[in-house]
Design a protein around this ligand. Structure first.
Ligand SMILES: [Cu+2]
Length: 123
């Protein structure tokens, strides 16, 4: 009886470890340009978000929301070192901006997130 319980416990541990490995295999946001919560004195000419896995081009999308509503960006493409990138077509004025991103990694799960940055008027 005791042996059976030990085996059951061992099996449970194996399942738990496998589940943890699956979770850590999800793609995740790594860094961005502009950085999260950055304050800039001039407009970036592109937005870029890096991930922990190669982003799936068909699903990857960057959007930008500014003081005047949605800002039109260039097409979102896959950039260097597991990133996605989109050009900022015309310079951004002072204000608060939110970048929205959507992508997927190796397991195909669609991930979404957002982060903000601020542009302040040059002195
Ligand atoms: Cu996943």
């Amino acid at each position: 009886m005791k042996t059976i319980r030990t085996r059951t416990l061992a099996a449970a541990v194996v399942v738990a470890v496998a589940a943890a490995a699956t979770v850590s295999a999800h793609m995740a946001y790594s860094k961005s340009m502009p950085e999260k919560d950055a304050t800039l004195t001039e407009s970036p000419d592109h937005l870029q978000v890096w991930f922990t896995q190669d982003p799936e081009p068909a699903i990857s999308q960057l959007t930008l929301e500014g003081p005047g509503g949605e800002v039109t960006l260039g097409e979102t493409t896959v950039g260097d070192e597991k990133s996605i990138v989109a050009a900022v077509s015309s310079p951004l004025g002072p204000g608060s901006y939110t970048v929205g991103w959507r992508s997927a990694g190796d397991d195909g799960h669609v991930l979404r997130g957002d982060f903000s940055f601020t542009i302040r008027a040059a002195d």
